[in-house]
Design a protein around this ligand. Structure first.
Ligand code: ADP
Ligand code: GLC
Length: 486
């Protein structure tokens, strides 16, 4: 099949969170299954080596309205394999900055532009996909464009799939985006794109895509409810028949303790000794007391409400005061929370270390060196770090929600791969951390949990195959006259 992916992130070129990892791994595995792939994504300022990239289209006039000088871009390309290419949309004004999601007044135009530019690149080169797969809100209007403005173009019959990686981020943008994209004005109503006086990009995708995927089966159920629907649960319920959950996986070329070049010593399920060296190296790097008796608990995360780390910050002092655990955190986000964790490190210098910022190398070293990995998320569409943790023999401590519930089974005598707790409150996290301490004290039992986690398979090949089944389905469903969903 010819498959076009549109994504604002693709690792290692761009990554703000798990979407970068997930998009990269999915595309790689689809290509390995023999499919022909193009990926449309912006060429952000921080992406190295642009001058060495081939130019696919020197100057592409993009079908957006407004200043015609701002409507042209260059398309560079990078070969991922014999039949897979990334099309990098180069537009200095929109994407010259390093950040993927800078807080800009024209965030809507910035998103809409690369989506439309990718479609125009298809039209210009005559590369017409069998399926178009859109990731998250920035490209949510693509299925809308195809069923309206571009209906009579060669792309008009292409079926579309939308993956919701996170329903919280919907892209509420000014009404002017409709005319910027040349979309029909009658879409400006609450049954279509309007939402709270804005154009809701993700709502457009949910209403117009032929099929909707979320990144875990439990999250696919959760988003049907007001608690997890962020105001769109009624819209998601309209599409319930076309909604499914497919779990992300682990890219074992990137996250594998047997081959990882970034960790102190390599290790495996049958040769776990190297993990102790990784823990010592992490303690030394983060200036933690190497003689501490308790387990080392790690976190790598965006510091936003979703992740529940504000609750962890309240639960941790009691355990640190009693020297029951050590704690290491790498992350950034909410400045108040950043400050709270800095203070925690200041108050417990021997047992708590905090690095604010983004650090690829340290993220691998925490995965390898920690004994436990904490994810107390209020909601979690899939979550990748619990999967990486299990692969590295680092026992996850997770709240039972979304992909965390689907991938970590609770520790009980002789079974389970992690510590699982229910309540998103300080009591819930304290309970889970105490339970982790108990488990760690029973070393044979702890090792058994580690090994069961390491044996668990979260395979991208299987996930890619499930996507192919979904692509086949939408291809079949999409008869020329079908307008089933509106
Ligand atoms: P989300 O996408 O919601 O942030 P995921 O668990 O799916 O959550 O993915 C997060 C990804 O981002 C993981 O690969 C994680 O290692 C990485 N990550 C998050 N924060 C940092 C950071 N400060 N430094 C390095 N990597 C980070
Ligand atoms: C989102 C979600 C996260 C998921 C990732 C990749 O950022 O918050 O749970 O793992 O996308 O699908």
């Amino acid at each position: 099949m010819r498959i076009l992916h549109l994504t604002p992130e693709i690792a290692p070129w761009s990554k703000a969170g798990g979407l970068g990892d997930a998009a990269a791994a999915l595309v790689k595995n689809l290509a390995l299954l023999g499919h022909e792939i193009r990926v449309g994504t912006p060429l952000y300022g921080g992406i190295p080596g642009r001058d060495k990239m081939e130019i696919a289209i020197p100057s592409l006039q993009v079908g957006v309205h407004g200043d015609p000088r701002a409507a042209a871009c260059r398309v560079r390309q990078h070969e991922l394999g014999p039949k897979a290419k990334i099309w990098f949309i180069e537009h200095e004004y929109f994407y010259g900055a390093r950040e993927v999601y800078p807080p800009r007044e024209d965030a809507g135009e910035r998103a809409a532009f690369f989506a439309r530019a990718t479609l125009d690149a298809c039209l210009a080169t005559g590369w017409i996909p069998d399926v178009i797969h859109c990731h998250d809100w920035t490209v949510g209007l693509v299925p809308v464009l195809l069923k309206t403005t571009l209906k009579n173009s060669p792309l008009g019959q292409c079926p579309t799939v939308l993956t919701i990686h996170n329903l919280q981020h919907q892209g509420l943008q000014p009404q002017r985006l409709l005319s910027y994209l040349g979309l029909p004005e009658n879409l400006w109503n609450a049954q279509a794109l309007e939402c709270l006086g804005a154009v809701n990009f993700l709502k457009g995708g949910i209403l117009f895509a032929d099929r909707i995927i979320t990144v875990s089966p439990t999250y696919a159920q959760e988003i049907l409810t007001p608690e997890f629907g962020f105001g769109l649960d009624d819209v998601v319920r309209l599409r319930q028949q076309d909604l499914e959950g497919i779990l992300n996986g682990v890219d074992t070329e990137e996250w594998n303790p047997q081959t990882d070049p970034l960790i102190a010593e390599k290790f495996s399920k049958t040769k776990l000794q190297g993990k102790a060296a990784c823990k010592s190296a992490l303690q030394a790097k983060m200036k933690l007391d190497p003689k501490a008796k308790g387990p080392l608990v790690g976190v790598i995360s965006r510091l936003w409400e979703q992740k529940g780390l504000d609750l962890a910050a309240q639960a941790l002092p009691a355990l640190l005061r009693q020297r029951k655990i050590q704690f290491v955190l790498l992350g950034s986000g909410d400045p108040i929370l950043e400050q709270e964790f800095r203070k925690l490190a200041h108050d417990f210098p021997n047992d708590c270390a905090v690095q604010i910022g983004y650090n690829h190398e340290l993220s691998h070293q925490i995965e390898a060196g920690a004994d436990f990995f904490l994810m107390p998320s209020r909601f979690e569409p899939c979550g990748l770090n619990q999967l990486y943790s299990m692969a590295y023999g680092t026992v996850p401590i997770v709240r039972a929600t979304g992909g965390l519930a689907d991938t970590v089974s609770p520790w009980q005598k002789n079974q389970g791969t992690g510590i699982v707790f229910k309540d998103a409150d300080v009591g819930g996290i304290s309970w889970a951390l105490e339970r982790a301490v108990q488990l760690y004290q029973q070393s044979a039992e702890y090792q058994a949990v580690q090994k069961r986690g390491m044996a668990a398979q979260f395979d991208w090949v299987q996930a890619a195959q499930r996507h192919v089944v979904c692509y086949e389905l939408v291809k079949k469903q999409r008869q020329p006259t079908s307008s089933a969903t509106r």
